[in-house]
Structure formats: C-alpha cells, structure tokens
Design a protein around this ligand. Structure first.
Ligand SMILES: C[S@@+](CC[C@H](N)C(=O)[O-])C[C@H]1O[C@@H](n2cnc3c(N)ncnc32)[C@H](O)[C@@H]1O
Length: 208
C-alpha cells in the first residue's frame, strides 16, 4: 500500500514537472518565433527619420517670411517640414492664400497641424501631408517656405530648381543655398531671412 502511494506520487510529480517544462519550452518557442517574424505596421509604427529637429519659427518671423515672399490671396504656399503647421495656417488666415500645404515627416506633428488648422477655421484651404519633403509634388506651388538646415537646403536645391515653375518664390529662415545667391535678405529678430526666385534658365552649377 505504502509502495503504491509512493508510485502514484512519483508518477504525478514527474507529470507535473514534464508539463511545466513543456509549457516553458512552448513559451520560449513562441517568443523566438515572434522575434523572427518581421513586425507588421500595426505592431510597431516606425518613426521616419527627420533630417531636421523640430524648432518652431516665432510668429513675428513667420509674418516676415510671408511678407518677404509678398504672399497674396492668389498664392499657393508650401512649407517643407511644416512642424505644427503655423506657416501654412498663417498664410491662409492672415494672407488669405488660395491654398497652403504643409509637408511634415513626423505623424504626431501632422495630427497637431490638422487640429490647429481646424481650430483656426482654415482646414478647407490648408492641408498637411505626412511625407518626406524630398518626395514633395509641388502641384500649383507659387511660394515655398523652409526652415531646415544648410546641408538639407543644398540637397533640396536641385529639386526646387527643376520642379518649381519659373517665378516661384522661395523663402528660407536662417539658412542660405550655397552658390545660389538670394535676390533679397532681411534681418528679423537677430536672424536672416533669404528670398530667391526660380529663374527661367537654371545655371548647371546650381543643379548639383
Ligand atoms: C526647424 S522645424 C520647422 C517647422 C516649421 N516649418 C516652422 O518654421 O515653425 C523643421 C521641421 O521639419 C521636419 N522634417 C525634418 N526632416 C523632414 C523630412 N525629411 N521631411 C519632412 N519633414 C521633415 C521636422 O519634423 C520639423 O518639424
């Protein structure tokens, strides 16, 4: 009897240990399988890499940029790297532009911009695209605004000169375009603003 009880206990114990070992092994397999399965967009939304950190332009400088470009109600304004949307929103709200577009890589800033446009009552004329600015389609653009970095301006220069219509005005906050000399500069709040106008004939040296 004693021996029978010992045998039952022994068999039960072995089974319990086996189950728990099997459970661990299955869990481990699941984890390994997860690690090897490429993440789907719904599991992890990868944040696209920004070429420039987010630093907003002050309202005074936003106005000075739009004034330097002599923005009117006939214009279509694109802000490349639009942050919280303040430049396109101001262009619509204060300058009455036909249309304004913000191109921004950071999806959270795009959401914030859309809410800001809604609150400002201009979402019928202001749109935001979550996109790499190097992929921008400049449909209808007559003014382009930039607050990027010197190397990003230089990398962008051939695209601007090849894809924008002659006569399009480009305004940059703080940074120049290397060999492409500005038509005009102004000083505002200790920073320089640059204005260029896309020429009919683009010199080859500016396309590199
Ligand atoms: C210096 S902030 C300027 C924001 C806004 N234009 C302003 O003047 O207030 C630059 C913005 O560019 C965005 N950005 C950086 N790299 C980008 C890229 N490759 N494509 C689109 N947006 C980009 C950043 O997320 C940031 O919001």
């Amino acid at each position: 009897m004693q021996l029978r009880r010992m045998l039952i206990l022994l068999v039960t114990g072995i089974s319990a240990v086996s189950l728990s070992v099997a459970g661990c092994t299955n869990q481990q397999r699941d984890l390994e399988a997860d690690a090897q399965t490429p993440a789907t967009p719904t599991q992890f939304q990868e944040t696209p890499k920004a070429d420039v950190p987010y630093v907003p332009t002050s309202p005074e400088v936003v106005n000075a940029m739009l004034q330097l470009a002599q923005v009117t109600k006939n214009d279509v304004v694109y802000d490349l790297g639009s942050g919280d949307g303040r430049i396109p929103i101001t262009a619509a709200q204060k300058y009455g532009v036909r249309r304004a577009v913000g191109v921004e890589i950071n999806p959270e800033l795009v959401q914030e911009s859309k809410a800001n446009a809604q609150n400002a009552g201009v979402s019928d004329r202001v749109t935001f695209q979550q996109q790499d600015l190097f992929q921008t389609n400049f449909d209808g653009a007559t003014v382009v605004t930039l607050y990027l970095l010197p190397d990003v301006n230089l990398k962008l220069r051939p695209k601007l000169l090849q894809e924008l219509k002659p006569g399009t005005r480009i305004v940059s906050h703080a940074f120049d375009m290397g060999e492409w000399k500005p038509k005009k500069t102004v000083q505002v709040q200790g920073t320089t603003l640059y204005l260029w106008v896309v020429p009919d004939q683009v010199p080859n040296n500016l396309l590199q």
